[in-house]
Design a protein around this ligand. Structure first.
Ligand code: ATP
Length: 358
C-alpha cells in the first residue's frame, strides 16, 4: 500500500497544448493518503478516467510526477506499479471458471495454493458467487461477469492501491448497494488505498471517507461528505452535491450582510468587499419559508418526494429550493424565505470566501 502524490500534474491529449482549455486535467498538486477510501466524483468528461489512468500508468501525463510513497513512478510501466484496476465493463477470461478467474492474479504471482484457495473462497463469498465457482465465465450474465472483475481486482492483498472506474454501471440496483457495502467492509478490514470513480453522488458519499470533486479537469474540492455539504469550496460542489443542490443568489457583500435583488441577508461572519461576480449560497435544508420574515419569495410549486417536501420559489427572478421537513404544514400564507445566517456561504467568481467571525 502506498501514499500517492500527484505533483504539478497536468494532462493534455493535444500534442502541443496552447491554452488551459487544451488540458483534460489542469495542473494539480494532491496527496492521497495511504489506506484512504476516496471517491473521484464529477460529471461526464471532467477527467476522472484520465486521472485514474495516469495513476495506474495507462496514460503518461504531459506534465508533472506521480509518486508512490517516496518513489517516482511517473515513467514506471503499469506492471511495475502494483495496482489493481476494475473497469466499467467486465474483463474476464471466458474459458476459465469463476474460481480460475479469481485465482488468476494470485497464481500469476505464484502464491501458496492453500492461501489461494482460502482467499478465493473469501472473495467469492463477498461477491455472492460461492455457488458458481466452478462454472465457466462464458455464458454468465454481464452482471455476474462484472462481479468477477470486482473480485479479481480485490483478491490481491499486496497491491499499492485498487482503482475502480464506475465499476457498478452494469450491476443491477439492489446488488449495487450490497457490493458497495462489501467494498467498504473490505476497505476497513484490509486498509487498501482505494479510489472509486463515479458520477453518482450517492455512490461517492456512501463509499468514501474523502470525496474528490473534479470539475472541467480541475479538483475543486477534496473533503469529507460533511465538508462538501456544509462548506462547498466551489459553486459546482454546491449544486452537484445535494438533492436539490445549493441555492445561489447574486449579491454584493457589505461586512456581515449580503445585499440581494430581493433585499438584505444577514451573514454569520464578516467579509471584505469582493471583486467579480459575488453570490451567496444556501443549502435548501437551511432555508425556511415564512409568513413575512426574510426575502419576499413567491411559491411556484411544491414537490412531495416522500421523506420531505421541496418548495420551489421565485426570489426576485431567481428560482430557489426550500426543503420542508416531514410534518410541517405548507400553507398559502408563506410569502418570504429566511436563511440560517451561520449556513450562508459567500462566493466570489465561484470560489468560497472565508469570513472573519464576528
Ligand atoms: P466519463 O464519465 O464520460 O467517462 P471522465 O470524467 O472519465 O468522463 P475522461 O474520459 O477522463 O473524463 O475525459 C476527459 C476529457 O478528455 C474529455 O474531454 C474527453 O473527450 C478527453 N479524452 C479522453 N480520452 C481521450 C483520448 N484518448 N484522446 C483524446 N481526448 C480524450
Amino acid at each position: 500500500m502506498a501514499r500517492i502524490t500527484l505533483s504539478n500534474l497536468a494532462h493534455s491529449y493535444v500534442p502541443n497544448p496552447k491554452s488551459e482549455a487544451d488540458f483534460a486535467l489542469k495542473e494539480m498538486d494532491h496527496v492521497w493518503d495511504d489506506g484512504g477510501a476516496y471517491a473521484l466524483l464529477g460529471a461526464s468528461g471532467c477527467g476522472k478516467t484520465t486521472l485514474l489512468n495516469i495513476i495506474s500508468g495507462l496514460v503518461h501525463p504531459s506534465q508533472g510526477r506521480v509518486l508512490f510513497g517516496d518513489d517516482d513512478m511517473t515513467n514506471a510501466p503499469t506492471a511495475m506499479r502494483n495496482i489493481a484496476q476494475v473497469f466499467q465493463f467486465p474483463v474476464v477470461y471466458d474459458t476459465m471458471t469463476v474460481r480460475e478467474n479469481l485465482a488468476f492474479p494470485l497464481k500469476n504471482r505464484v502464491m501458496d495454493p492453500a492461501y489461494i484457495q482460502s482467499r478465493v473462497a473469501q472473495i467469492a463469498a463477498m461477491i455472492g458467487m460461492e455457488a458458481t465457482l466452478d462454472r465457466k465465465a462464458r455464458g454468465l450474465t454481464a452482471d455476474a461477469k462484472q462481479k468477477i472483475s470486482l473480485g479479481r481486482g480485490m483478491v490481491r492483498q499486496d497491491v499499492n492501491a485498487i482503482l475502480f472506474d464506475e465499476p457498478l454501471t452494469v450491476i443491477d440496483p439492489h446488488m449495487k448497494w450490497e457490493l458497495r457495502t462489501q467494498l467498504k467492509l473490505l476497505h476497513r478490514e484490509f486498509g487498501h488505498t482505494m479510489i472509486y470513480v463515479t458520477h453518482d453522488q450517492t455512490e461517492a458519499l456512501t463509499f468514501a471517507d474523502k470525496v474528490v470533486v473534479l470539475h472541467e479537469g480541475r479538483v475543486v474540492q477534496m473533503g469529507t461528505p460533511q465538508e462538501l455539504f456544509e462548506t462547498p469550496e466551489h459553486t459546482f460542489v454546491g449544486y452537484f452535491i445535494g438533492s436539490p443542490g445549493m441555492n445561489l443568489l447574486d449579491a454584493t457583500i457589505d461586512g456581515a450582510r449580503a445585499q440581494t435583488a430581493a433585499g438584505p441577508v444577514p451573514l454569520g461572519a464578516t467579509y471584505a468587499p469582493q471583486q467579480g461576480r459575488t453570490q451567496i449560497g444556501i443549502r435548501p435544508e437551511y432555508a425556511v419559508m415564512t409568513k413575512g420574515e426574510g426575502l419576499p419569495a413567491r411559491v411556484l410549486r411544491v414537490e412531495d418526494v416522500g421523506r420531505h417536501r421541496i418548495i420551489r420559489a421565485d426570489v426576485a427572478g431567481t428560482q430557489i429550493s426550500v426543503i420542508v421537513p416531514e410534518g410541517q404544514p405548507v400553507g398559502d400564507d408563506l410569502t418570504h424565505v429566511r436563511f440560517d445566517p451561520a449556513r450562508v456561504n459567500v462566493y466570489a467568481n465561484d470560489w468560497r470566501v472565508k469570513g472573519a467571525d464576528r
